[in-house]
Write a protein that binds this ligand. Structure first.
Ligand SMILES: C[S@@+](CC[C@H](N)C(=O)[O-])C[C@H]1O[C@@H](n2cnc3c(N)ncnc32)[C@H](O)[C@@H]1O
Length: 248
C-alpha cells in the first residue's frame, strides 16, 4: 500500500489526537525565519501551518485534505517527489512528521530545495544504534518498529542531500500533538484505541503485534513494572527521543 493510500485508509480520525503542539511549532516557525511565502509538504490537516504568512499546502491523501478546516491555506493534491511548482517559487518549504512516509525521501527533500530557498523538516533520527532503546515503548513493547525503517536513508544522508544542519527537539511531557512519542510520560494513553489510530506505526506493525504490545503494557502498568523501569522519567518535563529539525 502506498503512503497516500495508507492515509486514505487510516487518516479519517486524525484530528481526534493530532494537532499543533505550540512548543514544537515555535521551533519550526523560528526556523522559517522571515519567509513570507511557505509551502507545507505532506501538510495533512494543516497542523503547524504558520499564521501571518502566505501558506500553500501540498498533500496527496484525499481523506487528509478533506479534514482541513474552513479557512485553512489552499491545498494542492501532490506528493513530495513531484511538486507542481516552479524553481525557487517559495521563500521556504516545510514538512512535519511526513518524510518517513515518502517512497523516496531524498527525492522529496531535493524537490523542496528546488522550489524553495529555505527548507525546514521535522522528523526523527531512526538510525542511531540507540534509537530503539531510547523510548520505552519501542524498547520494551514494540521492537518491530526497527523493521519499519530498514533500508531507509539515515538522518545524516537526508541532511547531506539538502545541505541541512540538524537540531534536537525535546518532546514536552504534555505534548498536545499525539505523535508516536507524545505520551512518553503518560503511558496509559497508549491503551486508548483513539490515540493509537492517530499514529501510523500501529497500523504498520499490524493488529497482532499491536494487541500483544498493548496487553503487555497494560499488564506492566497494573503490576507496577512499568513504573519501576521508568521511574526516572516521571520527574522530567521534556525528553530527547530522537526528534529532529533539519534546516537548510
Ligand atoms: C503523520 S501525517 C502528518 C501531517 C501533518 N504534516 C501534520 O504534522 O499533522 C503524514 C502525512 O504525510 C502524507 N504523505 C504520505 N506520503 C506522502 C508523499 N509521498 N508526499 C507527501 N506527503 C505524503 C500523508 O498523506 C499524511 O497526510
Amino acid at each position: 500500500m502506498s503512503s497516500r493510500q495508507l492515509y486514505d485508509t487510516i487518516g479519517a480520525g486524525y484530528t481526534a489526537t493530532r494537532r499543533t503542539e505550540p512548543r514544537i511549532a515555535a521551533r519550526i516557525w523560528d526556523a522559517l525565519g522571515d519567509a513570507r511565502t511557505v509551502l507545507n509538504v505532506g501538510a495533512g490537516t494543516g497542523s503547524y501551518e504558520p499564521p501571518g504568512r502566505d501558506v500553500t499546502a501540498a498533500e496527496p491523501s484525499e481523506v487528509m485534505r478533506a479534514q482541513r478546516p474552513a479557512g485553512a491555506a489552499p491545498c494542492v493534491a501532490a506528493a513530495a517527489d513531484s511538486l507542481p511548482f516552479e524553481d525557487q517559487s517559495f521563500d521556504a518549504a516545510m514538512a512535519v512528521s511526513t518524510t518517513h512516509h515518502w517512497p523516496d525521501p531524498i527525492a522529496g527533500l531535493r524537490e523542496m530545495r528546488r522550489v524553495a530557498r529555505r527548507v525546514v523538516v521535522f522528523t526523527h533520527d531512526s538510525t542511531d544504534a540507540g534509537w530503539r532503546h531510547r523510548f520505552w515503548l519501542t524498547r520494551d513493547y514494540l521492537p518491530e518498529v526497527a523493521g519499519l525503517t530498514a533500508g531507509r536513508p539515515s538522518l545524516g544522508e537526508q541532511a547531506r542531500a539538502i545541505g541541512a544542519r540538524t537540531e534536537p527537539v525535546p518532546i514536552p511531557w504534555d505534548c498536545a500533538d499525539g505523535l508516536f512519542e507524545a505520551y512518553w510520560r503518560r503511558p496509559e494513553a497508549y491503551l486508548d484505541e483513539d490515540v493509537r489510530r492517530g499514529v501510523s506505526v500501529w497500523a504498520r506493525v499490524g493488529p497482532q503485534v499491536e494487541q500483544r504490545a498493548v496487553r503487555s503494557l497494560r499488564d506492566d502498568l497494573a503490576s507496577g513494572r512499568w513504573a519501576e523501569r521508568n521511574r526516572d522519567l516521571l520527574t522530567l518535563d521534556a525528553a530527547e527521543l530522537g526528534l529532529r529539525l533539519l534546516i537548510a
